[in-house]
Design a protein around this ligand. Structure first.
Ligand code: NI
Ligand code: MN
Length: 230
């Protein structure tokens, strides 16, 4: 089975993935995001994947879910937080678990990072997502994480096609560690994110692309906020 697939970068670590008829929002931080490509009042979603509780990831999850009816997929603590705020359409999972969703098989993978919701509620562990579409295409959203050696396992059982990696430093991997991550993951493509949203995470993505492509077989795709990969 073949799926039409496209992904739009909405800025920072917010993504709008479209697989066939399904629209999947990832970390919808739009309100207050200086580089947001759209607004919470307009974006459509059937599913919302939340990596962790920080405001620049959980973002507009509640607002968008309540307006669109999207299913919120998150670690148990964050799914519980969403439920306690009056929205019950959630899938609660945890690190290492996989769930079959209509657009693909979604595995929650570890991220080395903290997780607290904007009001101080503990958000459990931080997570990343490994998504395998029906046609076998595999996407890895690292979300907020440090470099970790077990990234070498992400390409099993199937190679990663697209990896979305933070390079901003300070809160996540910086360019040096993200380069090492690419060497472990060995994806066909890598898309850098979580940089240049604010001055404290300023980076030069072109310099990083040059280094990655000199030292690995992975192709770097630099997206401006709003740009799309088809
Ligand atoms: Ni964070
Ligand atoms: Mn972040």
């Amino acid at each position: 089975m073949k799926n039409d697939f496209r992904i739009q970068f909405l800025g920072h670590n917010a993504w709008l993935l479209t697989v066939g008829a399904f629209r999947v929002l990832i970390d919808p931080f739009l309100t207050g995001n200086p580089v947001a490509a759209t607004v919470a009042e307009k974006v459509d979603a059937d599913y919302i994947l939340v990596s962790h509780g920080h405001g620049d990831h959980f973002g507009d999850t509640l607002k968008i879910a309540k307006r669109t009816g999207a299913v919120v997929v998150a670690i148990a603590e964050i799914a519980g937080y969403v439920t306690s705020h009056g929205y019950e359409n959630t899938v609660a999972m945890n690190i290492g678990g996989t769930v079959a969703l209509p657009f693909g098989r979604l595995k929650m993978v570890q991220a080395i990072h903290s997780s607290t919701l904007p009001d101080g509620t503990p958000g459990g562990n931080s997570a990343g997502f490994l998504l395998t579409l029906a046609d076998g295409k595999t996407l890895y959203f690292a979300c907020d994480t440090a470099l970790y050696g077990d990234m070498i396992l992400l390409k099993k059982p199937s190679p990663v096609d697209y990896a979305f990696l933070p390079i901003g430093d300070l809160f996540t991997m910086g360019p040096d560690d993200a380069l090492e991550a690419v060497k472990l993951i060995q994806s066909r493509f890598v898309v850098p994110c979580h940089y240049n949203t604010w001055k404290v995470i300023a980076q030069d993505p072109l310099a990083w692309k040059t280094r990655v492509e000199a030292e690995t077989d992975t192709e770097v795709i630099i997206l401006q906020s709003g740009e799309i990969i088809e």
